[in-house]
Ligand binder design. Structure first.
Ligand code: NAD
Length: 514
């Protein structure tokens, strides 16, 4: 039975909304809800309401806002079964994937930002270095940007949409969420939770709809936090340029894993399977390609194949019932299938899986491929499915070269028992983050910045910069004790010019070697 019992109607500004989007459970193929497909008029009205509500929300201060976040955390824990069922139904993922990737992260994040926001955004007192500014006080303050539009994807509906709103809200902004049209229900439920937690009306609203709804938000919001495909990210950046609206873009990935000859092969193989296939491989930071040094290649492949053969796929049911759920988004199944076919046509060998699973839901079998190379889409384009292509390499240099032969640069990993060497190799990889003997879990370090290079994005989330991006910095210079006339004031005179010139020559004229 669906968590959302009946079609949900939009709260519009008068006009009844007739267009609707059917939300499907991809594991069963059944429609579980209908949500409004909001037009630009409704988005504009939402932004206007958000703008009015933002001022009082900001005035509440960090403590007042933190109280709401802690109450929301409590609500999310109390209502976890409802939230988890909603996420599982709209994505077709397992309950375990919903717990790890969506629910627990957001629960943690609510407290993280409630606690850290005041520290990360506290006024900074700067000691100016310029001789012109002797005795002056400079303070930098971070004030909320206003209304933040958060546009999210379907793979982690709660984490990568509402999850990105938490820092924005703690900074004192109002937020309009535009969840993916494929998976809007978790965010709608979370809006209910925020209301129950005491969030004032209109501080966070949910605009359900497709790309056009998102585009209306880009036009009206003061800042856009976007997570999704590189193609859409580029469109959003171009559109935002028209209004000089700042954007933070978290886009696709093609994360490499490098297994060196001195790795713990058993751990590396287990991790390769988990980190390429959990959440059905629909993670931006999934292991998408593996490079293994010759001496351990055969053992690595054997262990991966044994592991993948034991995976259970199907409709998520009781906890622990299956390991891999459905393909959430219809066209993604075609992309995954296309990558496997393309690789096979070019000489790859499928060792496990390789085909779509049985219906009525939408599944793709956990798949392992070898004899792959960079002429194949499976090694160069984002697959976003439960596939693991493995390539044999001569040495570490070839592995690094191939890892960097990519338009993407999100996450990456290096596997070796020599952790110093591992770190040195990690530093050579062109990616926003790298793990040594680990993968994915770096995302949980919310204190550290996370973001992509190249086609994987612009800006990032987490850490100090992950909340300051939702603010504008204002520098305030205060002069307290000062003469009636400074040396550089009008009128210019030969005497003061000479004093200034000599003063600077004395200060900076000394020769130094470093
Ligand atoms: P998508 O780009 O198709 O859609 C993402 C969101 O953008 C949806 O809400 C969609 O309605 C909206 N949208 C579409 N066109 C728009 C437009 N012109 N203007 C404004 N909004 C628009 O992406 P998707 O298929 O939902 O998500 C999968 C992608 O997300 C993958 O490429 C994956 O790698 C990426 N992703 C990246 C990260 C990261 O942190 N870097 C995390 C998760 C997913």
């Amino acid at each position: 039975m669906s968590t959302i019992e009946k079609p949900i109607q939009a709260e519009t500004n008068g006009a009844a909304e007739t267009r609707a989007i059917a939300v499907e459970n991809p594991a069963t193929g059944t429609t579980i809800a209908n949500v409004p497909d909001m037009g630009s008029g409704e988005v504009v009205a939402m932004i206007a309401r958000a703008r009015r509500a933002q001022l009082a929300w900001d005035a509440l201060g960090f403590e007042g806002r933190a109280r709401v976040m802690y109450a929301a955390r409590h609500w999310l824990v109390e209502n976890r079964d409802r939230m988890l069922r909603t996420i599982v139904e709209e994505t077709g993922k397992t309950r375990e994937d919903a717990i790890v990737g969506d629910w627990s992260f957001v629960v943690d994040s609510l407290g993280f930002w409630a606690k850290r926001a005041p520290k990360y955004l506290r006024d900074e007192h700067i000691r100016p270095h310029s001789p012109f500014l002797l005795g002056k006080r400079i303070v930098v303050r971070h004030r909320p940007i206003g209304v933040v539009g958060v546009i999210g994807p379907w793979n982690f509906p709660l984490n990568l949409c509402f999850g990105d709103a938490i820092a924005a809200l703690m900074a004192g902004n109002a937020v309009v969420l535009k969840p993916s049209e494929i998976t809007p229900l978790a965010n709608m439920l979370m809006a209910e939770g925020m209301k129950a937690a005491g969030l004032p009306e209109d501080v966070m609203q949910v605009a359900t709809g497709r790309g056009e709804t998102g585009a209306a938000l880009v036009d009206g919001a003061d800042m856009i936090m976007f997570t999704g495909s590189t193609a859409t990210g580029k469109k959003i950046m171009a559109q935002a340029a028209e209004t000089l609206t700042p954007v933070s873009l978290e886009l696709g990935g093609k994360d490499p894993m490098i297994v060196l000859r001195d790795a713990d092969v058993e751990r590396a193989a287990n991790a390769a399977v988990s980190y390429s296939m959990s959440n059905g491989g629909q993670i931006c930071t999934s292991v998408e390609r593996v490079y293994v040094e010759e001496p351990v290649y055969d053992e690595f492949v054997r262990r991966v194949v044994d592991n993948v053969r034991s995976l259970r796929q199907g409709v998520p049911g009781e906890p622990g019932a299956v390991d891999i759920g459905a393909v959430t988004f219809g066209p993604q199944a075609e992309i995954v299938e296309g990558h496997v076919k393309d690789a096979v046509e070019k000489g790859a060998k499928v060792l496990v899986g390789g085909e779509r699973g049985e219906g009525p839901g939408r599944f793709f079998q956990p798949t392992v491929m070898v004899d792959v190379d960079h002429t194949m889409k499976a090694m160069t384009e984002e697959t976003f499915g439960p596939t693991l292509p493995i390539m044999r390499v001569r040495d570490v240099d070839e592995a690094v070269k191939l890892a960097n032969d990519s338009n993407f640069g999100l996450n990456s990993s290096v596997w070796t028992k020599d952790v110093d060497k591992g770190e040195q190799v990690a530093r050579r990889i062109e990616a926003g983050s790298s793990c040594v003997n680990d993968g994915l879990v770096n995302y949980l370090a919310q204190e550290a910045p996370f973001g992509g290079l190249k086609d994987s994005g612009v800006g990032g989330r987490h850490g100090v910069s992950g909340i300051r991006k939702y603010c504008t910095a204002q520098t305030i210079l205060v002069t307290r004790f000062a003469p009636k006339r400074e040396l550089h004031f009008f009128p210019y005179s030969a005497r003061t010019t000479k004093v200034l010139e000599r003063g600077f020559a004395l200060l900076y004229g000394r020769k130094r070697s470093n």
